[in-house]
Design a protein around this ligand. Structure first.
Ligand code: CA
Ligand code: CA
Length: 523
């Protein structure tokens, strides 16, 4: 199974994985993964038990053994190919326990690997039906560990819990209908002995939601839809009980559009035990053509803070009201404390970095982290709302033929000032390290009606770089001042996650095929 690096995109992700292991792996503990171990993941250096290297999502390893002085001596220990014709986009963060690495691959596959030798222990290859509808490559972003299980979501909208020892299925659950565009790509989150998941499919008019199941058995605990008007549920024993509608029906959505409103929860969530809240991002309102759905379209393009015991929305913050650019709002929420405040950082596709009070969702700071943002001049810190410039694509019903509205050029592009690839936060430097991209798009709207299983967008686009010499820029961002402390420009878009360490390093990979380590203070 050990093969030479055959493909630069693969090299990128696998190299990150093995370095992540090298930096973080330092021993083993008990065989079963307990909730207490997961809660302590950020500080325990012998394992990686959660997406985010700790539920708060900082992606900070406190280990100092690999540091600024010796990092140049790092060499590959092994590489592992996800090969065959199923080898496609690789976006997973591995989890590691007792010397075993569990990493998901394209087409809903999961591998158990000996983390010291790179030897395959077992492989689970999910049998996918014909007709799955992944919007944007057949990726998966990782698995979760709980007890003796390794749990992940599949492209046909199922959750599968496998034995860590054998790879055999212990329980499985259907989340929704893949023929309606539902799929699963994010890593699950384990909170209070529950497995927490979202759904993908915002380009097909699905209904986003966050769900909680008993992690040991898969039994439902609660479900919270992310679009106003839809009923939430809680399970009392085996009994499904109504638990209140999300928001107020038709408060921010016209007519029946909320029934196919999107707001997919397609990126992984985070959890902060200090405020006892689960944070999940929501994607674009559907369809992309915003002229069809006047209003804020809650709770699309938002962070939802959810009570883990009931799934009720404790607070929300919406980044892009009436999103007309597919900016989504799913990007990760990273908890951090500074100046006695419990805060959260979020770098949005829309070009702004947000600092929220994570106890109540109040906006503390917001500033651009890319050089050009056309759709808004800034964010009003008093109201928490963007100050829009009016750069929106034209209404197709007002065009001559009624088929294509006026095109506009707008930055960032919908691929985002930052997309799914997670940033890192160092409590040593108090900086965020953001994998940013500088690009814009021509964007226009078209008429569209909902049809089950068909793309529900009503928009067309052409992506364009903004600079001759680079698209990607790894930026060290100060959440207090809003200043970019340093940046590293990269020719290709940055499309990999970031990790920072107690050794004063920031790691990321590039599509050119390099693993790079930066000085956390100077870049
Ligand atoms: Ca750990
Ligand atoms: Ca989207």
């Amino acid at each position: 199974m050990i093969s030479p690096y055959r493909k630069t995109t693969l090299l990128n992700r696998v190299a990150i994985a093995s370095i992540g292991a090298a930096v973080v792996f330092a021993g083993s503990a008990s065989a079963r993964t307990t909730q207490a171990e997961i809660d302590a993941d950020a500080t325990s250096t012998g394992d990686v038990l959660s997406w985010g290297i700790g539920q708060q999502g900082q992606r900070y390893s406190p280990l100092k053994k690999v540091n600024k002085k010796n990092v140049k001596k790092l060499v590959p220990a092994w590489s592992f190919s996800f090969g065959g014709e199923k080898q496609r986009g690789q976006e997973a963060q591995p989890v590691i326990k007792d010397g075993k690495m569990f990493v998901t691959a394209s087409y809903s596959r999961l591998y158990a690997i000996d983390s010291k030798t790179g030897e395959e222990l077992w492989q689970y290859d999910h049998r996918l039906p014909d007709g799955i509808l992944p919007c944007c490559d057949v990726v998966n972003r990782g698995a979760a560990l709980y007890d003796d299980l390794v749990i992940f979501g599949t492209l046909d909208a199922r959750i599968v819990a496998l034995s860590q020892e054998t790879g055999k299925v212990v329980w499985r659950a259907k989340v929704d209908d893949y023929k309606a565009g539902y799929s699963m790509t994010a890593a699950p989150l384990i909170v209070k002995d529950m497995v927490i998941t979202g759904v993908s499919g915002g380009e097909f008019g699905v209904i986003g939601r966050v769900e909680a199941r008993d992690a040991k058995t898969g039994k439902m605990r609660w479900i919270r839809p992310s679009i106003e008007g839809h009923m939430g549920y809680i399970w009392k024993g085996d009994k499904k009980v109504e638990n209140g509608i999300t928001g107020t029906t038709n408060a921010t959505w016209p007519g029946d559009l909320w029934k196919t409103g999107g707001a997919a929860t397609w990126q992984g969530g985070s959890y902060d035990h200090e405020v006892d809240l689960i944070f999940y991002g929501t994607g674009n309102p559907a369809p992309w053509n915003a002229h069809l759905r006047p209003g804020d379209n809650l709770y699309s393009t938002s962070t939802l803070a959810l009570d883990p015991d009931t799934g009720k929305i404790s607070w929300h913050y919406q980044y892009t009201p009436n999103d007309g650019w597919d900016y989504d709002g799913v990007n990760e929420v990273v908890s951090f404390n500074t100046g006695g405040k419990k805060l959260a950082g979020h770098a949005d596709r829309n070009g702004f970095f947000y600092v929220l009070d994570r106890t109540n969702g109040n906006l503390e700071n917001a500033f651009p982290f890319v050089n050009r943002v056309d759709w808004a001049k800034g964010v009003d810190l008093k109201t928490g709302r963007p100050i829009e410039t009016g750069v929106r694509p034209g209404d197709p019903t007002k065009s001559k033929d009624g088929k294509k509205g006026d095109s506009v050029f707008v930055a960032p592009s919908f691929l985002g000032a930052k997309n799914w690839m997670p940033m890192a936060y160092s409590p040593d430097t108090e900086l965020f390290y953001v994998p940013a991209n500088e690009w814009g798009m021509d964007l226009w709207n078209e008429p569209v009606t909902y049809k089950k299983g068909a793309a529900y967008m009503g928009a067309g686009f052409t992506i364009k770089p903004l600079n001759e010499d680079y698209i990607g820029a790894l930026r060290a961002v100060d959440p207090k001042s809003g200043k970019v402390v340093w940046e590293y420009k990269n020719n290709a878009p940055l499309w990999g996650g970031v990790m920072t360490t107690g050794g004063g390093l920031v790691f990321t990979g590039t599509p050119e095929g390099y693993l790079k380590a930066f000085d956390d203070k100077t870049g």
